[in-house]
Ligand binder design. Structure first.
Ligand code: KG4
Ligand code: ZN
Length: 345
């Protein structure tokens, strides 16, 4: 394997990030730097990410973050082999900022540019952190995505399931909002749920029992709203019970949906030696109850359950640099400088 060192740039949502990752000739990979600036404070007053604010914040921060990533890695631009920048999916303003910056650096420094799909970054992270080999299943659960993806190889992805309405993180955020909990809602709902009774409300578990592997969470949110309206004004205990019941409904849903995915994987790839693996990524993967559910499901089905460290589960530039590295290592041609960002890629 060739020695490769890549500078990664991520600006698709509300995190501005830059990182340097390398892999040596023996195949050992190393994160040389990982710089992330969260814009959370700038958006929280609005209860969600405001695209225009995000784009401007990326413009203000990105140059310095890249300098910092190079400095912490103790390398200069001359020492990197390529630039990798997220070019979709995501908020178009932020994507433009990151991709244009990546193009400019690539042009000025005479380096190849890899325009990376953000989801590919999430999908390949477990190969950096756990040396996982293909194929494996990945569940991405964030504020913007809920997808079950078969990862066959670099550039070879099959989407087995997706949400037909809200993303899972979005369901947490909206539920939190209607219960008067702060943004982002996931951590707040999880905290409240600890003191709640998960059996007080019997919330719906959409699509449970269906053969296809999709998800749906908007009905759940509606059921929470109705329950909250019926018993208003809500005491703290009411809120805790709703949160606990909400999480239980999600746990049950994941158990059914992902359980089917694991069965399908086993049918398509009969076990030959190494245990099959399920990787989880995205901010919702921070939720301990959902993690416990997935761990138990994997144990039961003979799967390894892999959850990369939280800073690499949520948005970061290490995964973008790594995806660029993996593509370069396969000998794939870099992107040309007329490559365009794709909001809905
Ligand atoms: O991956 P991420 O940081 O950003 C993107 O969406 O790209 O995910 C953020 C989402 C938010 O919807 C947030 O509410 C959710 O992840 N989240 C959680 C928890 N921590 C963050 N959801 C449930 N439980 C948590 N502990
Ligand atoms: Zn993400």
């Amino acid at each position: 394997v060739p020695f490769l060192r890549i500078l990664g740039i991520e600006t698709s949502c509300d995190e501005t990030a830059a990182a340097v990752v390398e892999r040596d000739a023996e195949g050992h990979s190393k994160v040389l730097s990982d710089v992330v600036l969260s814009q959370l404070d700038e958006h929280s007053a609005y209860g969600g990410v405001v695209p225009e604010i995000a784009a401007r914040a990326h413009v203000e921060a990105l140059d310095e973050l890249i300098e910092e990533a190079l400095a912490r890695a103790n390398v200069s631009l001359a020492d990197v082999d390529a630039i990798a920048a997220t070019s979709g999916p995501g908020l178009i303003g932020g994507l433009l900022v990151g991709l244009m910056t990546g193009k400019a650096i690539a042009r000025a420094a005479g380096k190849p540019l890899y325009a990376v799909n953000h989801l590919e970054g999430h999908a390949l992270t477990a190969r950096l952190t756990d040396g996982l080999s293909f194929p494996y299943l990945m569940l991405l659960v964030s504020g913007g995505h809920t997808q079950l993806i078969l990862v066959r190889g670099v550039g070879q992805y099959e989407r087995w399931g997706t949400t037909i309405d809200d993303a899972l993180g979005e369901a947490f955020d909206k539920t939190a909002k209607l219960l008067g909990l702060p943004y982002p809602g996931g951590p707040a709902v999880e905290r409240m749920a600890r003191d709640g009774n998960p059996d007080r409300f019997n919330f719906p578990r959409p699509l449970v029992g269906e053969a296809r592997l999709d998800f749906s969470f908007s009905g759940l949110k509606t059921a929470v709203r109705q329950a909250a309206q019926e018993i208003a004004p809500l005491s703290d205990q009411d809120v805790a019970d709703i949160c606990a019941s909400f999480q239980k409904a999600i746990s049950r849903t994941l158990k059914d949906r992902i359980g089917r995915g694991l069965q399908r994987f086993k049918a398509e790839f009969p076990v030959t030696g190494e245990e099959p693996a399920l990787v989880v990524a995205g901010g919702v993967a921070a939720n301990l109850e959902l993690r416990g559910t997935l761990q138990a499901l994997c144990d039961k089905n003979g799967f390894r359950f892999i959850a990369p460290p939280l800073n690499l589960c949520t948005d970061n530039a290490v995964m973008i640099a790594w995806a660029g590295l993996e593509r370069m290592a396969t000998g794939a041609a870099p992107d040309t400088l007329d490559v365009q960002p794709r909001s809905r890629w």
